[in-house]
Design a protein around this ligand. Structure first.
Ligand SMILES: NC(=O)c1ccc[n+]([C@@H]2O[C@H](COP(=O)([O-])OP(=O)(O)OC[C@H]3O[C@@H](n4cnc5c(N)ncnc54)[C@H](OP(=O)(O)O)[C@@H]3O)[C@@H](O)[C@H]2O)c1
Length: 295
């Protein structure tokens, strides 16, 4: 079975490819190279905006499944350059949706808890998205294309991802936190944002499982702990021995020049717990898993 993972150099893809490697022939695409990647993972380096190259690779390897993680995942970059956000998050997804459809490949698309406005929290898969920033809007548009193309496609809505990158640098707040604490710098966490964080190891395993099982539709991939990002920062600091006075509370919606954030984007993971063999974990369990993960 052949798996193609986009965003190979990214935080989530690193965990995906490390765990898919046992059971799949794994291919990945990113523009940048990934230090330390095992030789048996087939790395392809080009820009996903180059449609002909994407199509040529699909037609050459004919993937059974595709996990599409590549995106502009930074909310403020999308807000400041909506055209770029649309090209990367929507138009590239459209290319991948069409290629998967023509080859009959199952597509697992990485969406986000940010599709919700954050007014009610505890979101289930039947709740309607209501984007409040450009990033969320691009993800909702991409979700619609993925779901319309095939009933076997999956929209995996990811909660805030917590953990250490498996390969490369990755977009990891935990790595950033450890780095800042080593320099005794304050580490800011918003107290207004309620989240249900998922650790990157569990997430990678769940995405690989979704690529290989027969579930189709929307699924929320989130952890079992519901807490503010500030509370999360304090709990992690306590677990890893960072002085608690370095963890500073902020309000992400009162910072000038930043995109609006959903206050309570907590998600209900009951469906994931029912359909997946991969167990969803608490913050402490997930932290333990990511800190001790062996590639
Ligand atoms: N991290 C989170 O907390 C979180 C939460 C919810 C949802 N998500 C979603 O989960 C997915 C993965 O997130 P992540 O944290 O792993 O993001 P990430 O670390 O920023 O990785 C995204 C990757 O996409 C690749 N990429 C971007 N534009 C590209 C292009 N034009 N051509 C080829 N590759 C391109 C980048 O690789 P190169 O620069 O090397 O090309 C980058 O490594 C994203 O879809 C994100 O929206 C993430």
């Amino acid at each position: 079975m052949i798996l193609l993972v986009t965003g190979l150099s990214g935080f989530v893809a690193g965990s995906v490819v490390a765990q898919a490697n046992k059971d799949w022939e794994v291919h990945g695409i990113s523009r940048s190279e990934v230090p330390g990647l095992p030789i048996e993972i087939h790395a392809h380096h080009f820009d996903l905006l180059e449609k002909e190259k994407v199509a040529a690779l699909f037609n050459e390897i004919k993937p059974d499944a595709v996990i599409h993680t590549a995106a502009i995942a930074n909310i403020d970059i999308c807000q400041n350059d909506p055209e770029l956000g649309k090209r990367i998050n929507v138009e590239i997804t459209e290319t991948i949706v069409e290629l998967c459809k023509s080859l009959g490949s199952k597509l697992v698309f990485c969406s986000t808890d940010s599709v919700f406005d954050g007014i009610n929290g505890h979101y289930t898969e039947t709740d309607e998205p209501h984007p409040i920033n450009v990033y969320a809007d691009t993800k909702v548009k991409a979700e619609q294309m993925v779901l319309a193309a095939s009933p076997k496609n999956v929209v995996a809505r990811l909660a805030l991802v917590m953990g250490l990158p498996v390969y490369g640098k990755g977009n990891s707040f935990l790595a950033d936190m450890l780095d800042k604490s080593s320099r005794q710098e304050p580490i800011k966490f918003p107290a207004n944002e309620i989240r249900t964080p998922i650790d990157v190891v569990t997430l990678g395993a769940a995405l690989v499982e979704l690529a290989g099982n027969d579930f189709g539709g929307i699924v929320h991939l989130s952890g079992n702990s519901r807490l503010t990002r500030y509370e999360m920062g304090l709990q992690i600091a306590e677990s890893v021995g960072i002085p608690l006075n370095l963890v500073v509370s902020t309000d992400s919606n009162s910072m000038p020049g930043r995109a609006p954030r959903a206050n309570d984007a907590s998600m209900d993971n009951s469906l994931a717990c029912r359909i997946l063999k991969t167990p969803m974990l608490s913050l402490t369990e997930g932290l333990d898993l990511t800190l001790n993960f062996k590639k």
